[in-house]
Design a protein around this ligand. Sequence first.
Ligand code: SAH
Length: 149
Amino acid sequence: VASLIDSPINIGGLCRAAEIYGCSELHVPFKNIVNDKAFARVSVSSESHITIIHTSPLDLVAYLTGKRLQGYTILGVEQTDSSLILGADNTKLPQKVVLVMGAERTGIPANILVECDQCVEMKQWGVTRSLNVQTAAATVLYEWRRQHG
Ligand code: SAH
């Protein structure tokens, strides 16, 4: 879910990673994002091979509630004091999962965090506070695919 992301460049990168690792859908905040030049430069036609759905941040709670009723686990990809650590032995990513990415500067807002069944984060060693959202998504998607084949 890229509904909280502002930058077309980042949404393009999320589209590319989502398609490469086999997501069934990518949720985007803007209609016609695929016509944006900055998006297209990074997405490199990956948008032709994945279903892109317009889900405004205002509709996100309703969307997540619906997916949970369909049996999906809602997983926030975010640094929190109770996040599971990606790659740790006890961190199993559900196969049926909705991955929610946070906004570039402010992360996942509180009203969406409470909708997440769990959060997962990548451990960091450097000084910089967080990864770019594309990098974070690709890392989680790689591990999800590795666990589920
Ligand atoms: N919350 C960050 C800003 C967001 S970075 C801050 O306060 O600096 C943009 C998004 O990338 C985050 O909301 C999250 O979805 C993802 N992200 C970045 N680094 C991450 C990490 N180490 N673990 C999990 N998600 C991360």
